[in-house]
Design a protein around this ligand. Structure first.
Ligand code: 3DU
Length: 216
């Protein structure tokens, strides 16, 4: 199902244990708009974890797909067959590679999101100088949305201005120093939070606190 901003929170479960990931997803009880899985969890627990997590809501497969179009299609097909609702791909591999992901997503009634500028410091080296081009590439290719950094709200605001009506998912809130409220004010539709929720003593309370910050 397409991502719809309700709580505006996406929880990244970068755990190395499938049971722990499922237990946290269960505790969250659907208060987040989606769960995001990345390689740490899928490599540790297997692709089947997506199907298990789906019982608790939408699942975004953050595989940052960045290969030739044919390989991208094959990777995306695996993710969607496993039950993912959305895939995250890189834009730097080119518009044909991105279109392959979007094409595969549409076959399954799912979504594809394109990484523009990442949230970590090293993103200023290669991605930042091309961020607006990557936004434009995503828009022209027909992506559902893009990924932009909560750690740099001023950049996020600039990216928002180029993004048209594409949805923006903003990682980097919490452990990486970004602030939830500022990211939404800068134009993000969703924030992505990992360690500050799954590493908290009470992940449900931590998630609720982020959601309340977004409502204020
Ligand atoms: O830093 P956190 O623990 O809140 O996790 C952030 C998640 O979002 C993690 O899965 C990471 O791989 C992903 N992500 C970024 O942090 C930054 C990006 O630009 C794209 C994805």
């Amino acid at each position: 199902m397409p991502l719809v901003p309700r709580s505006r929170l996406i929880v990244a479960l970068d755990l190395m244990d499938g049971y722990e990931a499922l237990s946290i997803a269960e505790k969250l009880g659907g208060i987040a708009d989606a769960i995001k899985v990345n390689y740490p969890l899928v490599l540790a627990a297997g692709l089947g974890i997506i199907k298990d997590l789906k019982k608790h809501g939408n699942v975004v497969a953050d595989f940052k797909v960045a290969d030739i179009p044919n390989t991208n299609s094959l990777i995306c097909a695996q993710a969607f067959k496993a039950g993912a609702d959305a895939i995250i791909c890189h834009g730097f591999a080119g518009s044909d590679s991105v279109k392959a992901c979007i094409g595969e997503a549409s076959k399954y009634g799912c979504e594809a999101y394109v990484v523009t500028e990442m949230s970590h410091p090293g993103a200023v080296e290669f991605l930042q100088p091309h961020a607006f081009e990557l936004v434009e590439l995503a828009r022209r290719a027909g992506a559902s949305g893009i990924i932009a950094p909560a750690t740099r709200p001023e950049r996020l605001a600039d990216i928002r201005r180029h993004a048209g009506n594409m949805k923006i998912l903003a990682p980097g809130v919490g452990a990486q120093g970004g602030e939830a409220r500022r990211a939404i004010e800068a134009g993000a539709d969703f924030i992505i939070v990992g360690r500050s929720i799954y590493g908290a003593d009470d992940p449900y309370e931590a998630a609720l606190e982020f959601i309340e910050q977004l409502r204020r």
